[in-house]
Design a protein around this ligand. Structure first.
Ligand code: SF4
Length: 368
């Protein structure tokens, strides 16, 4: 897999989606059968994946099935929940205890792991030993916004690979620089972002937004830059991305990315279960058989506009914004998002457009 490649799979069944993804990427091609494979989901706390907080266990199950079918026997699921949450409880509530029992896997609470020191930029970091020691590390973050760092995805998920005392120190240091340094200290072989449903605002979920996709790559900075665009943010808004790029972890230059869609035809109309703060944005939207990949991006874009105080400037007549396959061939005077609403007076093409593009498009309309 090329370093600049970003591979996207659409759908709503994480197990099937990740199987299609791995079949495309063939990570086993350069991996001996005796290799130890580490799986690092995001189990920040004990909330199910439907809350938008944690990695779907079905996604991890698909990965286990794939590697076991290829003859790999040494797989470890590892995580350290955030300070104040018990990882063992998260394993239980999020379905990982059952998963480990079903496939005979080891679950490792990294809060109990040995630690090692690594130096980056004259800063000594304390890391859990096991993630550093595996032969192949797969990072499995959730596509989420974050109240402090704006984005929590590939790079920030690695914070689960340091002891609690080091997490506290990261917070004292303002998070951004240590997160970038951690990414330099802990190489990841493959990142698969769980974009089935992430959170609109918070790391701990409660405002789930269906986004209907998995996103994979080997450059975590590029992946995070892509993820940020899906949530309506530029890399420049997230200092740890720029810092990690300067440390040589990857690039924030999305123009160098080669985006490969494994199944573009699988963008199908989804069922939307918006909740919490995400729910109230639905009143600005008229959806008709919209794909979650499209609809979720519009919700994120509206949220970003609200954060910046611009949503209230949109004239009442502009709403509701049309989106969805049910509008194909229909014309109208309003705003349409995506190729399916191409005959509306004001249309942003794309299938699906990213939230960053939607936000810029709506801002341009506001300026007119
Ligand atoms: S443009 Fe239409 S088909 Fe494409 S993602 Fe949006 S709703 Fe789905």
């Amino acid at each position: 897999m090329q370093k600049r490649q970003i591979t996207v799979v659409y759908g709503e069944n994480p197990r099937e989606m990740v199987t299609a993804l791995l079949t495309k990427l063939k990570p086993e091609a350069a991996l001996p059968r005796e290799a130890t494979i580490g799986l690092k989901p995001n189990l920040v706390l004990d909330k199910p994946a439907s809350s938008g907080a944690t990695t779907h266990p079905e996604l991890v199950e698909g990965i286990i099935q794939y590697f076991q079918s290829k003859g790999y026997a040494k797989l470890i699921i590892m995580e350290s929940s955030w300070i104040g949450a018990r990882t063992e409880q998260a394993f239980q509530v999020c379905g990982y205890r059952d998963l480990a029992a079903k496939y005979g896997l080891k679950l490792l609470d990294l809060k109990k792991d040995q630690t090692v020191k690594k130096k980056v930029e004259e800063e000594e970091l304390t890391l859990c030993a096991t993630p550093l020691g595996v032969d192949y590390l797969i990072n499995l973050p959730v596509l989420k916004a974050h109240c402090q760092t704006k984005l929590t995805c590939a790079l920030k998920n690695l914070k689960g690979c340091i002891p609690d005392q080091e997490k506290r120190r990261f917070h004292r240091l303002g998070l951004h620089r240590p997160i970038a340094q951690l990414a330099a200290a802990l190489p990841v072989d493959l990142t698969i972002v769980d974009g089935i449903c992430g959170d609109l605002t918070f790391e701990e979920g409660g405002n789930p937004v269906p986004m209907g996709r998995l996103i994979a790559g080997t450059d975590p900075v590029l992946l995070d830059t892509y993820a940020a665009a899906l949530l309506g943010m530029a890399a420049t808004e997230i200092p740890y991305l720029t810092l990690a790029a300067a440390l040589g972890v990857g690039t924030t230059d999305l123009t160098t990315a080669e985006v490969v869609e494994v199944n573009p035809e699988a963008k199908t109309a989804g069922s939307f279960r918006l909740a919490g703060r995400a729910e109230r944005f639905a009143r600005y939207v008229q959806e008709n058989e919209a794909c979650s990949a499209c609809y979720g991006s519009l919700i994120h874009a509206l949220h970003r506009l609200e954060e910046e105080g611009e949503l209230k400037r949109v004239k009442a007549g502009a709403f509701p914004i049309k989106i969805g396959q049910g509008f194909r061939g229909q014309a109208g005077s309003g705003i349409g998002i995506g190729n399916c609403t191409g005959h509306f007076a004001f249309n942003l093409p794309g299938c699906p457009p990213r939230a960053l593009e939607i936000k810029a498009f709506l801002q341009r309309l506001l300026g007119d």
